[in-house]
Design a protein around this ligand. Structure first.
Ligand code: PLP
Length: 390
């Protein structure tokens, strides 16, 4: 028995890792495994971004940089937030982090005290509650249903507030449900946040991956009061197929950003310098728009096909996703827990998915359509068979 730190005992081991390890082992054994568990685009980083990082290497951008991020990248991010999101931040109010994941982790470290409660609507991205616990805070989970398209209402937010509430985590478009909040819904949430003197961190990492007429609105753009209480978190992973580059960012109140820079200077230090030059190119080169369009065209086609096939399987249902590249499929009619469903689906049909319990909802499983059409078609055929025999 190794005497680990108490904080580690609080962290929930990742069920999704358990399933993906099993899927990998099955693949290694030569089985035809269809993986619908990916959390990343199945596209390569655009060539011009790779070229810019190579060029940065040749130019000797290989040394320690400022812990807050390269000045040029912070300016490019501030510019992007202004023109695309209507968020007027100065470059000093931006910190570049090791992915969107570390921007959120670092924020919890900078903002959350042991007495503090952090309000998280479920289904949630699985790292949020763990990050709160690692900062010794208390996650307060507010369940939402398919009937409300998995979006927390202003009333639910209001009802979950206590004198210890400090932060609300908003994720639109959402992983795992694909829900996208409308302007009206965000306005109602913003009123509650301002009235109760809360902070909100808006995780907008899927902002460009939208379908039909869905529109992405940054909650901080609604009015100056909510802007002052908003921290916006994002990154390059999903939009530019740069998951392995580990470049993310957070923008917000100057004092909070300064605290985060200080924490970063004692933890990760700067994000890989030449990766940051790739990120600058991703933002500034118009060719990126073509790459995004190509990816979106593929996601749109797959989403349509998957939704069509799913509508023919009466044993499952799903709320239509308007963003990201996931489907949150209700499997409750099968009578199985999400872990048993995902586990048996993998063992019996060789299809890897993620059990909904990992996202705080045991009635569902998450399918990712960030994979090719052939794999998707094969996986859905197997799903049809599986639920009929299950
Ligand atoms: N936020 C959400 C909702 C995500 O799904 C992810 C990645 O899966 C992240 C943040 C973090 O992404 P990264 O750290 O790769 O930038």
């Amino acid at each position: 028995n190794i005497p680990l730190a108490n904080r580690v005992q609080e962290v929930t081991p990742s069920l999704s890792l358990e399933i993906s390890a099993k899927a990998k082992a099955m693949k290694a054994d030569g089985l035809d495994v269809c993986s619908l568990s990916a959390g990343e685009p199945d596209f390569n980083t655009p060539d011009h971004v790779i070229a810019a990082a190579k060029c940065a290497l040749d130019e000797g951008k290989t040394r320690y940089g400022s812990a807050a991020g390269e000045g040029k990248l912070r300016s490019a991010i501030a510019q992007k937030l202004q023109t695309e999101n209507n968020l007027p931040y100065s470059p000093n109010q931006v910190i570049v982090t090791n992915g969107g994941k570390y921007s959120l982790f670092n924020l919890m470290q900078a903002l959350i005290n042991p007495e503090d409660e952090v309000i998280i609507p479920s289904p949630y991205w699985l790292s949020y509650p763990e990050m709160v616990k690692l900062a010794a805070g208390t996650p307060v989970i507010v369940p939402t249903t398919a009937q409300q398209q998995y979006k927390i209402t202003a009333q639910q937010l209001q009802d979950s507030i206590t004198p210890r509430s400090k932060l609300f985590i908003l994720n639109s478009p959402s992983n795992p449900t694909g829900a996208v909040y409308s302007r009206e819904e965000l306005t109602a949430l913003a009123d509650v946040i301002v009235k109760n003197d809360l902070w909100v961190v808006s995780d907008e990492i899927y902002e460009k991956i939208l379908y039909d007429q869905a529109e992405h609105i940054s909650i901080g753009s609604l009015n100056p009061e909510i802007f002052a209480r908003t921290l916006v978190s994002s990154g390059f992973a999903k939009t530019y197929a740069m998951t392995g580059w580990r470049v993310g960012y957070l923008a917000g109140n100057q004092e909070i950003i300064n605290a985060m820079i200080s924490i970063q200077s004692h933890s990760t230090s700067n994000v890989c310098t030449f990766a940051q030059y790739g990120a600058i190119e991703a933002l500034e080169n118009p060719l990126s728009q073509d790459a995004i369009k190509e990816m979106l065209t593929a996601f749109t086609e797959r989403r349509k096909m998957v939704l069509e096939i799913l509508s023919t399987i009466p044993e499952v249902s799903c709320s239509e996703p308007y963003g990201a590249f996931y489907l949150f499929l209700d499997i409750s009619k099968t009578g199985k827990t999400s872990f048993n469903f995902a586990n048996e689906f993998l063992e019996e049909m060789q299809v890897a998915t993620v059990p909904g319990i990992a996202f705080g909802n045991d009635s569902c499983i998450r399918l990712s359509y960030a994979t090719d059409m052939t794999t998707l078609e094969k996986a859905l055929e197997r799903l049809t068979k599986f639920v009929q025999t299950a």
